[in-house]
Design a protein around this ligand. Structure first.
Ligand SMILES: [Zn+2]
Ligand SMILES: [Zn+2]
Length: 281
């Protein structure tokens, strides 16, 4: 890369909030948020070389990352957090219980504790971890704010509860689970114990529940982008998840929200917005 293009990339990155789902789904999850030279990875459930490969088109390397935030200790979110933290020289940020449960993935990685429900700052971002209903020790979603823009991340959750509803209408970008279609799950070859786990209020979110959350969020009146993620490869289809949510919005006469379903095991599109304070260093 020439100096000139390097400068161009640096100045663009300074002015924009960028969000990219590197991977989502039961095979592994990792989400990048960047603003004002702060680069956060939410979860690292995919191999390091895949993370590095997905960062390259964004002109980023592992060592450009600032921190990795961990939602919960399940393999598909936590598998590579320790290796990533050590390779990139960055800390893993999580609540105490999650750090304890994920100890086998952390090794000697640097860790920093946050308290669920308490807001903290990482570089340019203000982050609020909030409890979500899922069968992990202390699973969280995040709101991440920078210069008046807000991103809500909520995946691996069995129900849309009050805590999430409270946060959805203020979001500009929503990264929301749409795990399964109930009919496909019903006829799939999954064993009953697994179906029951997915269906439980601490399991995963159906397309219909995601649609309900999207309608609730969009009633707030903001022009929102809603990414559907953590889609099951067996019990869902991206066009189906997208249409269930779009139709629910249309039935309510809501045309401000854009909905995009992210295919399992593939990178999602890059979402970018100009920061309100373009002079942020
Ligand atoms: Zn998961
Ligand atoms: Zn999980």
């Amino acid at each position: 890369m020439t100096d000139l293009s390097g400068h161009a990339v640096a100045s663009r990155a300074r002015r924009n909030l960028r969000v990219r789902i590197l991977r989502s789904g039961s095979a592994g999850n990792a989400i990048l948020l960047e603003a004002a030279r702060t680069r956060l990875l939410i979860d690292a459930g995919i191999p390091l070389d895949v993370i590095a490969r997905e960062l390259a088109p964004l002109d980023l390397t592992l060592s450009d990352l600032t921190a990795v935030l961990l939602t919960h200790e399940h393999d598909d979110h936590a598998r590579s957090v320790g290796a990533l933290a050590r390779a990139a020289g960055i800390p893993v940020l999580a609540n105490e219980h999650t750090l304890q449960q994920a100890a086998n993935f952390l090794g000697a990685a640097a860790t920093e504790r946050f308290t669920t429900g308490t807001t903290f700052n990482v570089g340019a971002f203000t982050v609020e971890p909030f409890l979500i209903p899922h069968d992990a020790v202390e699973p969280v979603g995040f709101t991440l704010s920078v210069d008046g823009l807000q991103v809500v991340v909520a995946y691996d959750l069995g129900d849309v509860d009050g805590a999430l509803r409270e946060r959805l209408p203020a979001a500009d970008v929503i990264l929301l689970e749409a795990n399964y279609d109930p009919r496909l799950l019903g006829v799939s070859g999954y064993p009953w114990f697994l179906k029951n786990r997915i269906l439980s209020p601490t399991g995963h979110l159906s397309n219909e529940s995601a649609a309900g959350a999207a309608v609730w969020a969009a009633r707030g009146g903001k022009a929102q982008t809603i990414f559907l993620l953590h889609l099951s490869e067996v019990n869902n289809l991206p066009p189906l998840a997208r249409d269930v949510v779009r139709w629910a919005l249309e039935r309510e006469g809501i045309r401000t929200a854009r909905v995009q379903a992210v295919r399992s095991n593939a990178a999602g599109p890059l979402w970018e917005a100009l920061l309100a304070d373009a002079s942020t260093p």
